[in-house]
Ligand binder design. Structure first.
Ligand code: PLP
Length: 396
């Protein structure tokens, strides 16, 4: 089937929600993708921070195939060994004792929102949830409400009640909104979809301390920043804080759909029997994939990818000399290069693709780099050369 036919079918039969590149991917190997015409691309998107082991990672592929032959799915009415092995490993590595397994980031955040409300309700408290301007937490109605997106809020009204947004990085505004009706805060330490926009260390540390002193739950959305993305297993570790709840998805199972909501013993036991559940959540295939992914990550990859992430940061620094690059942000293997508004980031995106590099455009006219954690210095050098070439030939 040629690309035109493929595009025609999508245009006629898929709900019109995606704008896709003129590219049909056939397969992946290592940190590279190949299109149906055999063109090779070094992948700095990784299925949006998801394929953290790249493609066809030998140990991962073997573990997934083995599980497919053995058992893919049974309901959560039964125990499985693979789920319990994964739970024990995730609890050990994360330090969170209570875990709920689901299928996506939105579901993980939905679980966190329900858990915060249940925890508050158990002691008769109201539960408004504070989220940040610029936040992205998912596309279900509750997570869309926590997400900062005015046009979608208008389109999908009426939305669930009990959400409010504070100004990005503005502690005074945060403090003024943290009144007695608030039971929880949901926050990303770096806003990925909004263009790799970080919170300051001061903001996170002060917001956390204020929540602690007031008995308000602090939940960190680690869907994009977790699983080693920022150089630590979870991004909250950079701040020396201990959230009550964190959420995970994207890279959690190396490309197989999965999400998780993790909580402390006290908060995670607020749910009662039958309060929450999932048909697919934590099924055998997802758990086998997640277990192998976490094993690989915590037996060397976390440290090596953190070093490569530092290297990426160093190599990107000199681009600030170009007057059309307005900011370079991020941590580890999550980096953003913001261009001035009159130079659309999509132009750079296209030029990089022509040179065999896939990147992605996030909010604020920002080129986002979120490669597999297995990306090499040589592959980074290649991207930097291509970027150098493009910058040198850009006059604005
Ligand atoms: C991607 C993302 C989500 C939503 O995850 P889905 O799996 O698409 O539902 C939520 N929060 C953050 C920070 C994300 O990056």
């Amino acid at each position: 089937m040629n690309l035109n036919k493929i595009k025609e079918i999508e245009a006629e039969n898929y709900m019109p929600v995606f704008s896709r590149h003129n590219l049909c991917i056939d397969h992946g190997e290592g940190n590279c993708l190949y299109d149906i015409n055999g063109n090779k691309y070094v992948d700095f998107v990784a299925g949006i921070a998801t394929n953290i082991l790249g493609y066809n990672h030998p140990e991962y592929t073997a573990a997934v195939c083995e599980q497919v032959h053995k058992l893919m799915h049974v309901s959560n009415h039964y125990y499985t060994q693979v789920q319990s092995e994964y739970l024990a490993l995730l609890a050990e590595k994360s330090g969170f004792k209570r875990i709920f397994l689901c299928n996506s980031g939105a579901e993980a955040n939905e679980c966190a929102i329900k858990l915060m409300r249940r925890y508050a309700a158990n002691s008769g408290k109201p539960c408004k949830i504070l989220a940040s301007e610029g936040a992205f937490h998912g596309r279900t109605l509750a997570t869309l409400t926590a997400t900062d997106n005015a046009s979608q809020h208008e389109a999908y009204a009426p939305l669930p009640e009990g959400f409010e947004h504070f100004k990005y990085n503005d502690f005074e505004d945060f403090k003024s909104k943290l009144d007695d009706s608030v039971c929880g805060v949901l926050i990303e330490t770096i806003q990925g979809e909004r263009g790799v926009r970080p919170f300051t260390n001061d903001f996170i540390v002060n917001a956390y301390a204020l929540c602690k002193s007031r008995g308000i739950l602090f939940a960190v959305d680690e869907v994009q920043t977790g699983m080693g993305r920022t150089g630590k297993l979870f991004s909250f570790e950079h701040f020396g804080i201990q959230p009550d709840i964190i959420t995970m998805a994207k890279g959690i199972a190396g490309g197989i759909p999965m999400g998780a909501c993790l909580a402390s013993e006290e908060v995670g036991t607020a749910f009662r029997l039958g309060d929450h559940g999932s048909t697919f959540g934590g099924n055998s295939l997802a758990c086998a994939a997640a277990k192998k992914t976490l094993e690989i990550l915590t037996s060397g990859l976390l440290e090596s990818s953190a070093a490569v992430g530092e290297y990426l940061g160093e190599r990107l620094a000199h681009f600030s000399k170009y007057n059309f690059i307005s900011d370079i942000r991020g941590k580890g293997l999550m980096r953003g290069i913001q261009l001035i508004d009159k130079l659309p980031a999509a132009v750079f995106d296209n030029k990089l693709r022509e040179r065999g590099y896939l990147v992605n455009v996030a909010g604020n006219n920002t080129i986002r780099l979120i490669p597999p954690l297995t990306i090499t210095k040589e592959e980074i050098d290649g991207l930097i050369s291509a970027l150098d070439e493009i910058c040198a030939s850009t006059n604005i």
